[in-house]
Structures are given as C-alpha cells and as structure tokens.
Design a protein around this ligand. Structure first.
Ligand code: NAP
Length: 359
C-alpha cells in the first residue's frame, strides 16, 4: 500500500487526541498537519493541549512540537501538506458542514466523525464491516461538489455501533422490530470524571439528540444505492432510549429484537462468531480479526473487562435469551472512542485507501 500524509482537524479535542495516538505508528498514514480553533492556532500541539490530555496513551513525541493550524483560515496550508484529513470538531452543525465541504472542494477527502453531513443522501455513512459498498456513491458526490478527488465520508454515531453490528448477521431472518436502550460512557460527551463530577453516583436519562440518531442512522447504513442516492431501509423499526452512566469509556446496549422467521439461539451465536466483512477480507491494519465476540458467561460483557477487546475495535455480545414479547434479547458493548469514533474512522480511511478512493 502507498503511504498517505494526513491531517487531523480538531486535533486538540478528545477524538482528535485518539486520532493522534492511533496514527502515531500507522503503517499507511502519517500525520503531517494538525488543526483546531483560533484558540489553539499558532501554538505547538503540546502547548495547545496543556493539561487537557484526556486519554491514557501519551501524546506522540513526533507531534508535540507541531504547530497547530487554524482549521477555518488555513485551509490551503493544511491541504497543501496532506492527502486527506480526519475531522472531529465541536462547532455548530452548519459551520461543521461548511468546513467539511471547504476541505472537500479543495480536493482534500474528509473522513468525518461529526454528525453534520451524516444524513446527506450522497455522503456515505459507513461501518466498514456492514456497508462498505456505499463508497460507490462517492463519484456522485464528487459530481455535486465539482471535485475530482475531494469528497466527504462519515462514520455513524457511536451509540449504535454495538447493536447495529450485532443485528447485521441476523438481517436475512427478517428483523421487523428492535428496542435498544443504551448506557453511554462520559467520554462520548468529551468528558472525564474530573471534568464531569455530576455523573458520579448518578445516571442521567437524557443525551441531547442521541435517540433520533440511534433510530435513524441505522436505516441509512442498511440502505441501498439507487439513482445516485442512498435510499434508506424501512425495516427494522427501531426505538431507543439513551442514558448517560458513570463509565469512562464503552457504550453498552440492552437490545430486544423481533424476527419474522424462527431461529435457534445456537444459530444466532454461530452467525455472530463467524461474521466477516470487508475489513477482515481485505486484512486492513485496524480490522479486528473477529468482529463480533459472544460471551457465554452470565455476567459479560462488562465495560471494564471487555471494551478493549481487539484494541477496542471488536463488539462484545452476551446474555442472549428468548423473549416472551420480542423474539430475543441480548446485551452488547463497543468502545465509543475507538470502534465508535476515531478507530472506526481510521478503519474507514483504510477501506477507502484499499479501494483507491484516496488516490
Ligand atoms: P472536544 O473534545 O470538545 O474537541 C473539539 C475540537 O474541535 C477541538 O480540537 C477544538 O479546538 C475544535 N474546534 C472547536 N471550535 C472550532 C472551530 N471554530 N474551528 C476549528 N476547530 C474547532 O470534542 P470531541 O469529543 O473530540 O468531539 C468532536 C466531534 O466528534 C464532535 O462532532 C462529536 O460529536 C464527535 N464524536 C465524538 C465522540 C466521542 O466519543 N467523544 C464519538 C463520536 C463522535 P480547540 O481546542 O482549539 O478549541
């Protein structure tokens, strides 16, 4: 594989810091530009982050003295230095959408963690093991943007990145209804226990906008390309409740699903354990060897024990049982800032690189 120079837009934030550490020794991608807001621009990465380094792995030595660009004002300076950018910024939706389009129109592909462009019909929203084929919409988007190379591709919201993968291998059994209650870590809000003491000994039954994303985004992921658009799936019907819980990393979901066809519990577990997608077939550098792991122990998956499975890129599932109202119920878990955010975006970039979209 050829080597790529990459930029991180929003490098000083929680997801940006994850990108920095994941890309430190990446075999294909090398960080050549870091950008953030006017607050950080002109400072070195080390100065700009100060004591706000939020993750366990240390700041990469090679990036400490890199000078941060102003993401909005230094677009050409950044795009001159990179083949593509990862983007994870905390800005109003319209401003994020405009910023991502600005980079794409400068012929710089954008792999985004933000929600601003997720529901645009010609922007692929990809979980690489599930809908890698949605990358085929990129030429349509390039036509709209008037670009030859530039485009935007996004990863989905972190809350659904455990239960959508778990349901995927069962879709041919015709899943009609899903109820998913998520128990979401505080890093999903860019917080730690130090910066969010209100969460200690507490559960907060509200995460702004999260239930809509949890119900709607899966329908695009399970959609298909038709007449130059991604047409959303109409089933399964999903309803969700999203709660913030006192956990640092790792979103858990309690899931109930109804199928039209009968199925045995053994058959479901076998489907989970043998499921493979494009990342496994292409042997992408960040792909977990096995995407879905089933735990037979009654008290698993647990966030502290299982969130880092396969470098935080695998999904853990457990407690599968028949249900009297739905067909089955189970519990699943994925790491929200690895699989659910920066790791998922790096895997998406690897997929797009392997398929030639970043050339
Ligand atoms: P964060 O910790 O608040 O970091 C925000 C980043 O955005 C910082 O680098 C900040 O730069 C930059 N920024 C703010 N205003 C900007 C501007 N006007 N121009 C350029 N950069 C600007 O947020 P986060 O948790 O990393 O989340 C970033 C994005 O990823 C959000 O869209 C979030 O919804 C999404 N996301 C987060 C997670 C998660 O688990 N945390 C998961 C999935 C998706 P300064 O430091 O210079 O202010």
């Amino acid at each position: 594989m050829r080597q790529f120079s990459v930029g991180i837009i929003g490098a000083t934030g929680m997801v940006g810091q994850r990108f920095a550490t994941l890309l430190e020794n990446h075999p294909w991608f090398h960080v050549t530009a870091l950008a953030a807001s006017a607050r950080s621009a002109g400072k070195t990465y080390e100065e700009a982050v100060g004591d706000h380094w939020l993750i366990k792995a240390p700041m990469p030595e090679s990036m400490k003295s890199m000078v941060i660009f102003n993401a909005e004002k230094d677009v050409e300076k950044v795009t001159d230095l990179v083949d593509f950018v990862f983007c994870a910024v905390n800005m109003p939706k319209d401003a994020t959408k405009a910023l991502e389009e600005l980079y794409a129109k400068q012929e710089c592909p954008v792999i985004s963690n933000n929600s601003a462009n997720r529901l645009v019909p010609d922007v692929p929203m990809i979980i690489p093991e599930i809908n890698a084929d949605h990358a085929e919409i990129i030429p349509v988007q390039r036509k709209r943007l008037g670009t030859k190379r530039g485009f935007i591709a996004v990863k989905s919201n972190c809350s659904l990145q455990s239960y959508v993968p778990a349901i995927q291998p069962l879709m041919d059994l015709h899943v009609t209804k899903v109820l998913a209650c998520t128990y979401q870590a505080i890093s999903g809000a860019g917080k730690t226990f130090e910066t969010f003491p209100q969460i200690l000994d507490n559960v907060i039954p509200y995460i702004g906008g999260e239930e809509g994303k949890s119900e709607n985004e899966p329908m695009k992921i399970w959609g298909h390309i038709e007449n130059g658009q991604i047409v959303n799936a109409v089933e399964p019907n999903i309803t969700s409740q999203c709660l913030r819980v006192p956990v640092s990393d790792g979103h858990t979901a309690a899931v109930f699903a109804t199928f039209e066809k009968p199925v045995s519990m053994e058959e479901i577990i076998e489907r989970w354990e043998s499921y493979k997608g494009a990342p496994q077939e292409l042997k992408l550098p960040s792909a977990p060897k096995q995407f879905l792991h089933y735990f037979h122990q009654e008290d698993r998956p647990q966030t502290r024990l299982d969130r880092n499975l396969e470098n935080g890129m695998a999904v853990s599932i457990g407690r599968l049982r028949p249900d009297s109202q739905y067909t089955i119920k189970f519990v699943c878990l994925s790491h929200n800032t690895l699989r659910g955010a920066a790791g998922g975006a790096v895997l998406l970039a690897e997929l797009l690189a392997a398929k030639g979209y970043l050339d």
